[in-house]
Design a protein around this ligand. Structure first.
Ligand SMILES: Nc1ncnc2c1ncn2[C@@H]1O[C@H](COP(=O)(O)OP(=O)(O)OP(=O)(O)O)[C@@H](O)[C@H]1O
Length: 784
């Protein structure tokens, strides 16, 4: 988990603004001088004198390097209008911006990865008034955002150019720039009226050929976005009206959504399964992977330290500060083909096999150690038995010594002649030798003994042994014991077994003491015998002296056996201790190895199952592919024939389509013109219809009024006719009354007539006017 890296860059101020700046930068923190509590700390803060290359080095360089390795990366410049975002991203004639620096760096890094081959594509788009336009193909407008499992979130129809060098990329960028929406505001002569997203898609795979089993066919695909956002603005400051005002409101709206998304992410809403409104604006939807998703993201927050923009700067810093708390989780984006997957699995299985082999080897060693331990235990057991035997023997010898003394004391009472029976062990040899030297005398003595003479030394020993030891309890007899003594392991041999662990622990003084208890005897048995005879008290017979000599020798042997016994005992203790320790550690090791072996067996089993499953899949796929290939080759042949035929017709069709396309575009233009003009006409017509409706309404009213007046006129006509008829009758009456008396009457009638005539004229005029008006209205009505 990596959090968004935030860098702040303050643009240079004119000297008069610098004097009155309310902000103070110290280290990686910026605070209001008057209110030190309003303080913001970031990963890096760059002052007015910094270079864009320093800003690039702070984080973007790392993001570019990671993009080459397969990690997605996004860097965007945020800030109010005129704070220097475009200057930072695009740069100027004197100072290259983040985009050119990143492009050069990207190709440089690619060249360093000699073991991989790369394919780089680029695209350039703008979001203008919430519409996505392709800056590389300006005709591609109002593009839509889509999302699917394979491509994630993408802009459908956005063109991508394959690029091989930085110069090529920058050429495309310049072309795109020329189609970007830029406008003049009170704050910036070249103010960006849209958000632009410059995107590079980097694909790479191992260069190694197919025969290389260590290589993997996985393809890494990463996306690097460099975003120049439009600046937040206040209409009052920018003086935006009309189109600019509309642009400004779209810019502010999308930046507000970006702010909300960052706020929600910084509060950990996403982690709690809450809703993050990525879809509320095109900007946040496109940048969704960079905001709390799979990408390394950095924000360059551009600010101005001028007093007049303190509020805007504070709100930019608040946004940036929230962004600091947003975490992303970038990981290498790898696409694995079936073959690559199979190769990788095979490699894993081989590794597991090797591991299993080594573990089995360990197990074998453990078993060997176990066997050795068992053998050691048996050896120890035998040693113990032998030690016991030695103990028994020593007690036996001591008893015999005591019995010998008893025999010697009884000799004074009873004169007896005896000779030791030939001993079966090595001691007897030593005794026999001097006896044989005495010739026939000794052999006769032996015969005597056999013929019921007093019991010999051996018999005495047997008796004393029988009185002290119960052979049945131990399961062996004296003769067994004497025989086994011969097979006793050499004490030095035993010492040799353990000497590498512990030296002889018996003190030298003890050994000497032990030796001192036995009188020193010459090495040669004859000399020993003579020495004994010289030492023996006078009055002892030769046989008695011999017996004493034998006893002394036996004593000697017993002592040396005692010594050996104690040495053996010591060694035995050591061996036991070492064996116990070894046993414990071996058991531990054995258990551990057994566990490992079991786990590995399990892993191997799973791997084997996987391998067999994959093998079956591969086999079935291979079969299908073979079948498909044979079908395809047949079809291809047929198709190639058809292709030849159709190529010609396609060429014709293409030319026809081109013509059609031209005529269609002409038609489309005409249609657009017609649409535009008809739109005006329709509008006009609708106004006219409304006027006509109004007019016809008034005309109808007028007509009804005229109808009424016509009725009046008809009445007047009738009246006129009546008057005319009255007039005619009056004229007739005048003619008839042409007498003097009637002169007065005539005069009055004439006056009456005159009045009637004027009345008639007036009515006539009125009628004429009405008729004219009616005709006019009827004409008007007909034309409408
Ligand atoms: N660090 C800087 N050094 C020198 N000049 C700068 C710096 N930053 C910005 N300017 C200058 O300030 C002016 C405005 O910068 P620019 O157009 O990059 O701002 P903007 O934030 O992109 O604005 P708008 O959001 O309106 O597009 C430009 O003339 C630019 O050359």
């Amino acid at each position: 988990m990596d959090r968004i890296h935030v860098t702040v860059r303050a643009r240079p101020l004119p000297p008069e603004d610098a004097q009155s700046s309310p902000w103070r930068i110290s280290g990686n923190a910026v605070a209001l001088t008057a209110q030190p509590s309003i303080r913001f700390e970031f990963d890096r803060i760059f002052g007015e004198d910094c270079h864009t290359a320093d800003v690039y080095g702070a984080r973007t360089k790392h993001i570019v390097d990671s993009a080459v390795q397969g990690f997605n990366g996004t860097v965007f410049a945020y800030g109010q209008t005129n704070s220097g975002k475009t200057y930072t991203m695009r740069g100027s004639a004197n100072e290259p911006g983040i985009i050119p620096l990143a492009v050069h760096d990207l190709f440089r890094t690619i060249q360093q990865h000699m073991d991989r081959e790369f394919l780089v594509r680029m695209s350039y788009m703008e979001i203008y008034n919430e519409e996505i336009n392709d800056l590389l193909v300006p005709e591609h407008r109002k593009l839509q955002i889509h999302e699917n499992y394979e491509r994630g979130i993408y802009v459908a129809g956005l063109s991508e150019e394959i690029v091989t060098c930085p110069e090529q990329v920058l050429k495309f960028v310049s072309f795109g720039e020329s189609h970007r929406h830029i406008g003049e505001t009170n704050m910036n002569v070249y103010s960006s009226r849209s958000h632009t997203i410059f995107r590079m898609v980097i694909e790479s795979r191992d260069k190694a050929d197919d025969s290389d089993t260590d290589s993997c066919d996985a393809v890494r695909v990463s996306v690097l976005n460099l975003v120049d956002l439009a600046g937040s603005e206040r209409a009052a400051k920018t003086g935006a009206e009309g189109v600019r005002l509309k642009e400004g409101s779209h810019i502010n709206k999308s930046l507000m959504t970006l702010g909300t998304v960052i706020k929600k992410l910084s509060e950990g809403i996403k982690g709690q399964g809450g809703h993050v409104p990525y879809r509320d604006s095109k900007l946040t939807r496109i940048l969704q992977p960079a905001l709390g998703g799979n990408a390394n993201t950095a924000i360059i927050c551009n600010i101005t330290l001028a007093q007049v923009h303190a509020d805007e700067t504070k709100s930019s810093l608040q946004f940036a500060s929230r962004a600091l708390r947003v975490t992303n989780c970038a990981e290498i984006n790898e696409i694995l083909t079936d073959a690559a997957l199979l190769k990788r699995q095979r490699k894993e299985i081989e590794e597991l096999r090797a591991k299993l082999k080594s573990e089995l080897e360990k197990e074998r060693i453990a078993l060997e150690l176990e066997e050795e331990r068992k053998a050691k235990e048996q050896r120890e057991k035998r040693l113990l038995q032998q030690a016991k035997k030695i103990e028994n023997l020593s007690s036996l010898v001591l008893n015999s010594e005591r019995d010998d003394r008893a025999i010697v004391s009884s000799k004074n009472k009873r004169r007896q002649t005896w000779c030791a029976r030939p001993l079966s062990n090595e001691f007897s040899v030593e005794v026999q030798e001097p006896a044989s030297e005495q010739g026939s005398a000794s052999s006769s003595v032996r015969d005597e003994r056999n013929m019921g003479m007093p019991p010999c030394f051996e018999e005495l020993m047997q008796e004393s042994y029988a009185s002290n030891v119960e052979p049945s309890a131990h399961g062996y007899s004296f003769s067994d014991l004497s025989n086994e003594d011969v097979s006793l392991p050499d004490a030095h041999a035993l010492l040799h077994v353990t000497s590498r662990r512990k030296p002889n622990t018996m003190k030298k003084s003890d050994q000497e003491q032990l030796r001192g208890s036995v009188p020193e005897l010459p090495q040669d048995p004859n000399e020993q015998k003579d020495a004994m005879l010289s030492q023996e008290p006078s009055g002892l017979s030769a046989r008695e002296s011999e017996a004493i000599l034998v006893i002394k020798q036996l004593q000697d042997q017993v002592n040396s056996l005692e010594l050996e016994k104690s040495l053996i005992q010591n060694n035995l203790d050591d061996v036991l201790e070492v064996a116990t320790q070894q046993k414990a550690s071996f058991t531990e090791k054995y258990e551990e190895l057994q566990k490992n072996a079991l786990a590995l067996q399990e892993e191997a089993k799973i791997a084997g199952e996987k391998l067999s499953a994959l093998a079956t899949i591969a086999k079935s796929k291979q079969e299908l592919a073979d079948e498909f290939l044979s079908n395809v080759s047949m079809e291809t042949q047929g198709i190639s024939v058809q292709m030849d035929q159709t190529t010609h017709s396609v060429d014709n069709a293409i030319s026809f389509i081109e013509e059609l396309f031209q005529s269609l575009s002409a038609i489309a233009e005409n249609v657009t013109e017609f649409k535009q003009s008809s739109y005006g006409h329709i509008k006009q017509s609708s106004y006219m219809i409304m006027d006509h409706e109004k007019m016809s309404k008034t005309l109808m009213e007028k007509i009804s009024r005229l109808e009424l007046e016509k009725d009046c006129i008809l009445q007047h006509e009738l009246e006129k006719d009546n008057i005319l008829s009255e007039l005619l009758t009056l004229q007739k009456e005048v003619l008839t009354l042409s007498s003097s008396s009637l002169m007065k009457e005539k005069e009055s009638i004439r006056k009456e007539l005159e009045r009637t005539k004027t009345k008639l004229r007036e009515t006539d005029n009125k009628l004429k006017n009405y008729v004219q008006e009616k005709i006019k209205l009827e004409v008007l009505f007909c034309t409408q």
